[in-house]
Design a binder for this molecule. Structure first.
Ligand code: FPP
Length: 244
């Protein structure tokens, strides 16, 4: 079935349980470019291009949420020229792809502290989120200036400021204060480029996620690779700590 994109009832991918929420660490843009003797930023440009077919495939398959790690709280340590390119690519991506994503029923939202992004990026995000707010097929959740530890700290601090002293914090209550409030936890985490690391991504929410590592560098990761990851997920036996 590799590479097939039919959604006929005979498609084995669709006849078995699908992950509701897939989280992706889009790693390997820099290496993709360096292997070709190109500037790292060319790899990021190709990386952005690779995202749309994945979003469309996820929507076609009936995945509810796709969370993509686009910029971490640690990525500010990169050279300012690379950061500027990434922010520019985000603005370009939103301007050029939002109309088509809207047509496909995609709602764009974010996790992470976007108030620290350049104003142009914040404005583009606010526009894209408003524009797609009524779409219900797939949530494309862009993780921007996102770090799992930062998210947990922001959540705990805002809970503490809004809660009478002496109240115990529960799992359900913390969930309500996280950036992912209202979303199911990811069932499947995909990381490209063969690295086995979480890189501060969704530390709380990935507690029971199945993990799939692809050797492909992100710009080479396509819908067939997404299908392969889902097929692999469908062979897993999830026990959530029980004996199942
Ligand atoms: C990792 O590659 C990738 C990133 C730090 C950014 C991921 C961003 C994109 C795919 C594009 C941004 C998305 C949008 C929507 C604007 P790396 O640079 O760490 O690669 P390397 O590990 O090979 O150096």
């Amino acid at each position: 079935m590799q590479g097939q994109e039919s959604n006929s009832p005979a498609d084995p991918l669709l006849s078995r349980h699908l992950p509701r929420h897939i989280a992706i660490i889009m790693d390997g843009n820099g290496r993709w470019a360096q292997r070709r003797g190109l500037d790292r930023t060319v790899g990021h440009r190709e990386g952005v291009k690779a995202l749309k077919p994945i979003v469309k495939e996820a929507a076609r398959l009936g995945i509810e949420v796709l969370t993509a790690y686009a910029f971490s709280t640690e990525n500010w340590r990169r050279p300012s020229q690379e950061i500027d390119v990434l922010m520019g690519l985000l603005v370009e991506f939103l301007a050029s792809e939002t109309p088509e994503l809207k047509e496909e029923g995609v709602r764009i939202r974010t996790i992470g502290d976007i108030r620290k992004l350049p104003l142009s990026a914040q404005q583009s995000l606010n526009w894209a989120m408003t524009e797609t707010s009524q779409q219900r097929r797939l949530i494309l959740n862009l993780a921007l200036n996102y770090g799992g530890r930062d998210e947990i700290l922001r959540a705990v601090n805002s809970w503490r400021h809004q809660t009478p002293e002496g109240t115990e914090l529960t799992e359900a209550e913390l969930n309500r204060y996280l950036d992912t409030a209202g979303l199911p936890d990811p069932d499947l985490l995909i990381r490209s480029s063969g690295e086995f690391r979480l890189s501060n991504f969704l530390l709380w929410q990935l507690a029971y996620a199945e993990i799939y590592i692809s050797d492909k560098l992100w710009p080479d990761f396509g819908p067939a690779d997404l299908q392969a990851a889902i097929r692999d997920y469908q062979t897993r036996h999830r026990r959530f700590g029980g004996l199942g």
